[in-house]
Design a protein around this ligand. Sequence first.
Ligand code: ATP
Ligand code: MG
Length: 143
Amino acid sequence: MSIERTLSIVKPDGVGRNLIGEVYRRFEQVGLKVVAARMMRLSQAEAEGFYAVHRERPFFKDLVRFMISGPVMVQVLEGENAIAKNREVMGATDPKKADKGTIRADLATSIDENIVHGSDAKDTAAREIAYFFRDIELCPRTR
Ligand code: ATP
Ligand code: MG
């Protein structure tokens, strides 16, 4: 076990449906601590840069259009095995395939609008945190 940090986003559907608190409650319930947070409206370039790994995928245009359709809540979560733990709480990408009790199974409507983003590995977590936050903006809570 190790203390990790991961990047999480409450996507425009989650913010628009007033689910920020519900999502944060689920993070806190499993011991994930918010160590930085910001609400922002992503520009097209910012959303494209963030999801650059998916640039060649057929859903890329729709994904970017969705991510800039309203404000998002961006946060860094800290805790034991935070990257995998956050992915567990989120559930599978497609809400229809997600386990009951996960954010996506319980709250999301479709694979396109699936409430949350979470980093999927150590290297992507580091890159994604640095994409949105400077080191000085992170407030360690576990160490
Ligand atoms: P995220 O990166 O947003 O946390 P994820 O890691 O579970 O989600 P990815 O494979 O990284 O899934 O895809 C990024 C996003 O692109 C998904 O959250 C989803 O909204 C969208 N997406 C992924 N696959 C598809 C698909 N087959 N059809 C439509 N949209 C998709
Ligand atoms: Mg992903």
